[in-house]
Design a protein around this ligand. Sequence first.
Ligand code: SF4
Ligand code: SF4
Length: 685
Amino acid sequence: MLNTVEKIIFILLAITAAGFTFHGFKTIIDSIRKGRPAPELKDVPGSLVKAAIAVLFQQTIFKARKVLSAIHMGLFFGLITYAIVNLVDVLEGLIPGFDLVYGGVHLPNAPTGLINAFNLIADVMSGALLIAITVFLVRRFIVKDKALTFRDNVLLNPKVKAGGQARDSLTVGVFVIMHVGARLMSQAFRLDAGADPFMPIASFLNSIFGASETGVHVAWWISLGWVMFIIPYLSRSKHTHFFMSPVNLGLAKQNPRGQLDPAIPLKVIEGQKFDPGAKVVYDLAWTRVMDAYACVQCNRCQDVCPANFQGRPLSPSALEVNKRYLLKEATFGSHPEKLLLPLTETVISPEAVWSCTTCYACVRVCPVGNEPMADIVDIRRRMLIDGYEIDSGVQNALQSLATNGNWMSKGKRLRGKWAKEMEFPVKNATEEPVEHLWFVGDTASFDERVIPNTKMVARLFNQGGLDFGIMYQNESNSGNDVRRVGEEGLFEQLVEQNMEAFGKAQFKQIVTTDPHSFNTLKNEYPQFGGKFEVKHYTVTLLKLIEEGKLTVKNKLSNYKVTFHDPCYLGRYNGGFTAPRKLLELLGVEFVEMPRNCENSFCCGAGGGQIWMGKVAPGERPAENRIKEALTAFGEGAKDKAQLFIVTCPKDMIMYSDAVKTTGNEGKIEVRDIIQLVAEAVMVVA
Ligand code: SF4
Ligand code: SF4
């Protein structure tokens, strides 16, 4: 179809585009390689295949924004189809007689059915692409969806502030419209034999514009000439994610969700000494440098961030976007010196760093496997080492943890005080063998508001004939939140103390009432040689009931309840079933809140937030959650008491407080699940 001069021009353009594209991706790969060693990945080919399948079926994007995800699916399949369509179009342009449009008359041996199918798919997908891209452009530029914006208090790269993302989106959006539109016109101009039922859109356009040899040439050049400019541009824009997100997904975190990477990479590289945590961008593991290139900049992580919800200056997506712009300015641009600037000046503000609750919602929702939360913990780690002045409440908690092994400034010997007040002896697991070592945790051991529930757990265990004991003063805080605050040294000290205590004890299984302890004992102690079976008390109680060791004598049909999945039990460790099954056995009327299980909303206490002396302004996540529960209960019959059920001592405190501050006392009551179990089995005090 093309004449010789056109062919030479096209081939020269293609070679130039390939050169720029190669340079673009080489720059990106070189940049990623400068990151620190990441935890070793197993079966990389297998993971990449799984990721390719997930991307092909668009599995990861449907975790949120279902309608937009379906439209994105149209865009994705449209672009995949167009990769093949473009190849065929190039061949048609370069090879005389290679022509699919007329049902294969110029390809005598090609099966007509196949050609018709190709033409139909190309035609229909062109329409899908145009619709999908129009929806996304309208969303960004006409509707101006707030979900694509950032709060004013969030640190943003000046180029993002100046509209860099919008320009990128517009460039690629206009490209898609021109590319696909021109391709459709090129096909329409070629239909000189009239309508083709396998090209309905091109046939419709042909009925308006007719056939034209010149039109075919012009449209072909607009469609494919553009590609030669856009492909190199992609590697320099946010649309790098087209290529990098499947790779990123394939190389994403393989360790358990609840296991943080060590502060210093385990892999020793000769001649390289690493300081703990991250100060500058290449202090991050290479997998997390890659996150920036894979980021779709969709803000889904921001949507689910409790800190952002409260109006705090944290946006996990801004962190990734800023990283991307920083890397671009330093590697493609002329500012390599920016790589030496602290992340707290370029990527995330110090205040935002300390706003994170480590709820994992951002990581869970990310369609491309990014881990902004892990960056935040690494930044905290270095800030602490560099002497950054942290919140006084956190400072006091850390001091108490170092001295007393608990954050509540209580003497070690007081840890088992509640147990000594029980009407039956509670074994000391460090002195006599037990089947179940109950790791009680700080809040359940010391907080007067929670101790009655702790005692109830003991009574139920006792009544169910469970052979259990606690470690009394030998137990120290598990260190889950200490590690998330960034105090790796103190975390290791606490692990050492607990490991020493476990060493004195004989037990088959650990049971814990605290999801935070549950998480770190289960997922992080193995990094230090502690490999135990760890259960949350909801699982233990369910087993006792199912085995008939505890009997539900009193069905609680007078309660209408909802259940809050704590982040460290649910999202981190998949502990969704046992609490719900327990509630079902107790006979309550159960109402699910819209945000539940994986999608549960954080109470706002994790990652050291409960220790903060300063309360941030704005509606607290726990307050919002109480309102969500009341909305879920609706206006139905008020003859039942409405209960908000928790399975975490911190939740008990956070939500009881939120009921008061939202003025909902009398309408909803916060109870630990243990209170309901005790009432139903009529535990003997
Ligand atoms: S872990 Fe939670 S609080 Fe922290 S950035 Fe992610 S969503 Fe926000
Ligand atoms: S980190 Fe993930 S969820 Fe957040 S903006 Fe990037 S791609 Fe979207």
